[in-house]
Design a binder for this molecule. Structure first.
Ligand SMILES: C[S@@+](CC[C@H](N)C(=O)[O-])C[C@H]1O[C@@H](n2cnc3c(N)ncnc32)[C@H](O)[C@@H]1O
Length: 283
């Protein structure tokens, strides 16, 4: 089979589920991952014959995409804040809105000074937040906590492959009584309520770790309350707490943080205009 024939067949099979544009994007994602060929390379090699192993890899990926397995899990990689991260079923696929949170922190730190700082990322998953901060802020000593040992195994590999030092700790934050002192605490904890499951795409619902995503409808802020209480006791005087938040719970989250004694609490909108981030400082 030639590359052109493969392309025609692949797009025809996936268009009914994903639409032609996304099916085409997936095709080139796979040519890059499996054949190291970008779109321009494919265009000039349309008549190239594939080996049977290559054909099998595409057939296998097609079958997985037909089961709504996210393409990032199929190729095992995704990019985040300019770095490459390994991803698998034990870690959430990093999202663009989380890049905006990371960007906010980096810009704030750069505005302040070059002094050494300590950062903690709670619910680190693939390590995308912790590793990106360590990469961008050489003055920072960064740690990441997650309850999932399997997620931490992936995070450790990601730190090594991106040549940064991050200390990863297995810990259940909901059962943690106290933490060390930090200048910045950041968290993108589970925040999707069970009632919001209907809004979630099938590929997320069926394949991404529920431990990373869901909270009970009647206790949606459970992680935010606990982390805010820990941060209140352990942030340095000038320190800041940053959260990615549920876009429907901005007001409640802000009020809860204020009630716990934080003086300045600011909500920030993401690229799509939804309240998705909060920064809180003690003074
Ligand atoms: C929304 S994901 C965020 C992953 C990553 N930080 C990101 O932004 O892509 C939440 C993470 O919190 C972790 N988690 C869930 N319950 C936890 C707990 N009780 N203590 C610590 N981490 C927990 C999950 O394993 C998951 O990796």
């Amino acid at each position: 089979m030639t590359l052109q024939e493969l392309r025609t067949q692949f797009i025809a099979q996936l268009t009914p589920l994903y639409g032609e544009e996304e099916a085409t994007t997936f095709f080139y994602w796979l040519t890059e991952a499996f054949l190291e060929m970008r779109r321009v390379d494919v265009a000039i090699a349309f008549s190239q014959e594939l080996t049977s192993i290559e054909e099998e890899r595409f057939n296998d990926a097609t079958a997985k995409l037909l089961q709504y397995i996210p393409i990032q899990y199929i190729v095992g990689k995704t990019s985040f804040y300019g770095l490459e991260f390994n991803v698998n079923e034990h870690v959430l696929i990093p999202r663009p809105e989380t890049e905006e949170l990371v960007d906010w922190i980096i810009k704030d730190v750069r505005k302040q000074s070059n002094q050494e700082i300590k950062i903690l990322d709670i619910g680190t998953g693939s390590g995308c937040i912790a590793i990106s901060l360590a990469n961008e802020l050489p003055q920072a000593t960064v740690s990441g906590i997650d309850v999932s040992e399997q997620a931490l195994t992936t995070a450790r590999v990601n730190a090594k492959e991106n040549n940064v030092e991050v200390k990863f700790i297995q810990q259940d934050i909901l059962n943690t009584e106290g933490i060390e002192t930090y200048d910045i605490i950041v968290s993108n904890p589970p925040y999707v309520r069970d009632l919001e499951k209907e809004e979630i795409k099938q590929n997320v619902l069926a394949h991404e770790p529920h431990l990373a995503l869901f909270v009970a409808d009647d206790n949606a802020l459970i992680f935010y309350r606990k982390i805010t209480a820990l941060a209140k006791e352990s942030l340095t005087k000038e320190g800041s707490l940053y959260f990615e938040i549920n876009q429907y719970l901005g007001k409640e989250t802000k009020e809860m943080i204020e009630a716990k004694g934080f003086e300045k609490v600011s909500l920030k909108k993401d690229f799509f205009g939804n309240h998705r981030m909060i920064k809180a400082t003690l003074k």
